[in-house]
Design a protein around this ligand. Structure first.
Ligand SMILES: [Zn+2]
Ligand SMILES: [Zn+2]
Length: 235
């Protein structure tokens, strides 16, 4: 029987963003999602599980989801991936820091981008990228699946686009600040759009299987079925 995915959830920083570490217990490969702050604590958990980071991903570039990117990249050497439509927001991290009254975190040059349909791989797992704009222009959600490598010649590359392949069933959804337990992401910040976030949620997230467990960027986990039924913002 396959060992289950290591899935650590650490609320980090002032806004308690759910930073997540997803690790394969066999190959010890991992991805880190939304390292908003407290990179030392993230590195400590990676060391404890003896995980090697294949990629660092931010669901969007609000400060609470990207504050630790540069430090974690420096410590691990792993590529940092965002959707290109959020690059502009990342360039204004100083303004974002002023909004919440914290010092501007260290920044880095971002040059690796993911788009709809891309697959971010670690061990036998991959996260399929869904572009779910609305909270920010470049917000993404990640459908985590476990599947065998279908093609050869992709070794060493954490990301590849393979939209035509049939995907194994979804294992879990990482929804960033797009869909929360009984709520949705705010759209009143620069680049936000209420029609867009509702469209993203209805067309791309609520169409997933109802038993799928959802891990939002803040707060409690939920399921697609429960949000379809009880989320007052999307009914
Ligand atoms: Zn946000
Ligand atoms: Zn957030």
């Amino acid at each position: 029987m396959a060992e289950t995915l290591i899935h650590e959830i650490l609320p980090v920083g002032l806004l308690q963003c759910n930073c997540m570490i997803l690790g394969d217990p066999s190959s010890r490969e991992a991805v880190v999602v939304d390292p908003g702050d407290e990179s030392e604590r993230i590195l400590e958990i990676l060391r404890r599980h003896q995980l090697k980071v294949r990629a660092i991903v931010s669901t969007h570039t609000h400060i609470d989801h990207v504050g630790g990117l540069a430090a974690l990249h420096r410590a691990t050497g792993a590529p940092v991936l965002i959707h290109e439509d959020d690059l502009e927001l990342y360039r204004h991290l100083d303004v974002q820091a002023q909004w919440i009254g914290i010092p501007t975190p260290e920044t880095m040059a971002l040059k690796d981008f993911v788009a709809e349909g891309d697959r971010i791989r670690w061990g036998p797992y991959f996260a399929e990228v869904l572009h779910t704009p609305g909270h920010t222009p470049g917000s993404i959600s990640l459908v985590v699946r476990r599947g065998e490598e279908e093609e050869s010649g992709t070794k060493g590359k954490p990301v590849k686009a393979s939209p035509t392949l049939i995907a194994p069933p979804p294992d879990r959804l990482i929804s960033g600040d797009t869909l929360f337990y009984r709520s949705i992401g705010r759209t009143d910040l620069p680049g936000g759009s209420t029609p867009q976030i509702l469209h993203s949620i209805h067309e791309k997230l609520l169409t997933l299987p109802e038993s799928l467990v959802v891990y939002p960027g803040h707060g409690e986990t939920t399921t697609i079925g429960a949000e379809r039924e009880y989320n007052p913002f999307v009914r």
